[in-house]
Design a protein around this ligand. Structure first.
Ligand code: FPP
Length: 253
């Protein structure tokens, strides 16, 4: 990742395999899946798959910047992932530090802005600290927004909004009939970022697993059998090529 990229200063040069430079998805969301199976197939512990998955993140961030994506949201840890064995959860909680220790200097240099969605309150101190540091130190960057969904759950996110509305209705400051889609969108954790244009899930699983349930209403989906540690920049380009062949109608004709 050795080039500077910014939303406002996008390269006018089109990517060789993406001739339709006017139709690059602004926001790509990825469910990174298959680390465990990647490791198992090699007779390695699951942690080895997660470690390898970090390298894929680096490659995908680089490629996203190169092709001119504005927002990249990665599902790093779901509210359901706490059900995994304690040792695996502990390992997963070390990944943000591991990744950022190595990559933060480069992310900073490359004008990437790190953001997160999810409930940080129950994350271990060391995980929170590493992520907060990255968010703070990249807050002024204007390039690719790298958004980690960490202890994120789509249903929980919606429940929070419903609670807020309920509270305001009880206070008399809101009438139920006044609630609009825009108001609801504006209270989600993603209020500052547009809905994903393209959702990618690796490893052959074809489900959403509680990821951005509201925001993905009109996104294009692309599923691949490739396991996350094997996913490459070329796979990302292929997903974008497929996206460019789709005709988005948003319920129209
Ligand atoms: C899915 O594979 C992967 C995960 C649950 C974790 C992915 C997280 C990372 C790679 C680290 C990201 C964190 C940051 C902030 C850098 P799986 O374990 O579900 O694989 P399986 O379905 O084959 O078992």
């Amino acid at each position: 990742m050795d080039q500077f990229f910014s939303r406002k200063e996008k390269s006018s040069e089109s990517h060789p395999n993406l001739p339709d430079q006017d139709n690059i998805p602004s926001h790509i969301a990825i469910i990174m899946d298959g680390n465990g199976r990647w490791a198992k197939s090699r007779g390695l512990p699951r942690s080895a798959g997660h470690r390898e998955g970090l390298k894929t993140i680096t490659e995908v961030v680089e490629k996203s910047g190169e092709i001119g994506v504005d927002y990249l949201t990665l599902y790093a840890f779901s509210t359901e992932n706490w059900k995994r064995p304690k040792t695996e959860v502990e390992f997963l909680m070390k990944l943000p530090e591991r990744f950022l220790h190595k990559e933060l200097p480069r992310l900073k240099k490359n004008n990437v802005q790190v953001k997160t969605i999810g409930d940080p309150s129950v994350l271990p101190q060391h995980t929170r600290r590493a992520v907060e540091k990255a968010v703070q130190e990249t807050a002024g960057n204007t390039g690719l927004i790298l958004n980690f969904a960490l202890n994120y759950g789509g249903r929980q996110e919606l429940v929070e909004v419903v609670r807020d509305f309920g509270e305001e209705i009880r206070n008399g400051t809101l009438q139920p009939d006044d609630i609009t889609e825009e108001m609801l969108s504006g209270r989600l954790l993603t209020k500052d970022i547009p809905d994903p244009d393209l959702l990618i899930r690796t490893s052959g699983e074809i489900r959403l697993s509680n990821f951005m349930l509201w925001q993905l209403a009109y996104s294009e989906f692309w599923f691949t059998d490739v396991l996350w540690p094997d996913f490459t920049g070329s796979d990302l380009v292929e997903a974008v090529q497929r996206y460019q062949q789709r005709k988005r109608r948003y319920g129209g004709v």
